[in-house]
Design a protein around this ligand. Structure first.
Ligand code: GSH
Length: 222
């Protein structure tokens, strides 16, 4: 790999967090340029760093990558997290997208007026418990536990664990009727690179707060 990986985003999870998870799981060290001001963002655009005037942006292997899914796919291909063949890869992709459906519902939560967040959370809980978690529970039950796809860690495991943990933070009892998801959470969390990433002081970000929301609004002038 040519040079150290550098990621450009806010000091928060948002669309960058899954990329941080992947890099950490792959054992790829990275440094962060934290986006804090509108001037910094406009300068990045002026300097031609942001193809679509959007972040996340990741400098890796001499390239400046944008578009979250493209970045995730590049890193997971590089790390060997896409399954052993095309059939495993398409399963990985399906599970990743399923897990991201839940992530996409969480993403705007902190940007909602405080009084609307409770309702939104209830809705997320309902959809997670009725539609998505039963699918992953069944996959794991039928496989007899372990990884979601095949016999090795893939992007699907990482994406699902990230979502499980983010949802758990807000609804700590949500896994009570999903024993295989509980087992999965414990198993993947214990892998050395993941375990380290889950410890305080790692490059994992905290739950978004109003400070994060205000910075994003300031940078994008919204
Ligand atoms: N499709 C893009 C991706 O998945 O990376 C969307 C990226 C995106 O919307 N990023 C937001 C952004 O840069 C920040 S999380 N917004 C500024 C804008 O669109 O003007």
């Amino acid at each position: 790999m040519s040079g150290k990986v550098k990621i450009y985003y806010f000091n928060g999870r948002g669309r960058m967090e899954s990329i941080r998870w992947l890099l950490a799981a792959a054992g790829i060290e990275f440094e962060e340029e934290i986006l804090e001001s509108r001037e910094q963002y406009l300068k990045m655009i002026k300097d031609g760093l942001l193809m679509f005037e959007q972040v996340p942006m990741v400098e890796i292997d001499g390239m400046k990558l944008v578009q979250t899914r493209a970045i995730l796919n590049y890193i997971s291909a590089k790390a060997g997290f896409q399954g052993k063949d095309m059939k495993e890869k398409v399963l990985v992709d399906m599970y990743v997208e399923g897990a991201r459906d839940i992530g996409d519902m969480l993403l705007p939560l902190q940007f909602l007026p405080a009084e609307d967040r409770e309702n939104s959370l209830k809705n997320i809980r309902k959809i997670a418990c009725n539609r998505y978690y039963p699918v992953f529970e069944k996959v794991l039950r039928e496989k007899g536990g372990g990884f979601l796809v095949g016999n090795a860690l893939t992007q699907a495991d990482l994406q699902l664990l990230e979502i499980i943990i983010m949802v758990d933070e807000r609804m700590p009892d949500i896994l009570k009727d999903f024993p295989h998801l509980q087992e999965f959470k414990a198993l993947i969390s214990a892998l050395p690179q993941i375990h380290a990433f889950l410890q305080p002081g790692s490059q994992r970000k905290f739950m978004p707060d109003d400070n994060y929301v205000n910075t994003v609004r300031k940078v994008f002038n919204r």
